[in-house]
Design a protein around this ligand. Sequence first.
Ligand SMILES: [Zn+2]
Length: 133
Amino acid sequence: MNYSELLQLAKSWGNFISDRIIIWRLHWKQNEQRLFDEIISKSPEFDINLWNNRDTILKQRERQQEQDINHGKAILEGRDKGNKFGVECPYCHATNVKKITNTSKAMHTAIFGIFSMGRNSKNFHCNNCNSDF
Ligand SMILES: [Zn+2]
């Protein structure tokens, strides 16, 4: 067997295998549909809303996980030292927050006047993302 014959053989093998993969994928798609039609959709626990919104739900879960990871990172890097209030930032979930005291509110109002009104209804300040809540 010479080089070009070998090459030909390798090519046909490659084609054979990619054909197999395409067929296998097609079968899998059909089976997946059948699995859904015959078993999943008939199950008493099946929730059509959950099923239809699965992409959104998965994305939300992913985002939650990302926030948890960021929170973990903040703790590891010392940006988040926790707090005694038992609250966490609703935006970035850091616990590195400080209480906005009445003195601090009064001082802020004295300096910024009317622009403090939004802040005055907030009780905590996040040291991680700088938001008040
Ligand atoms: Zn925050």
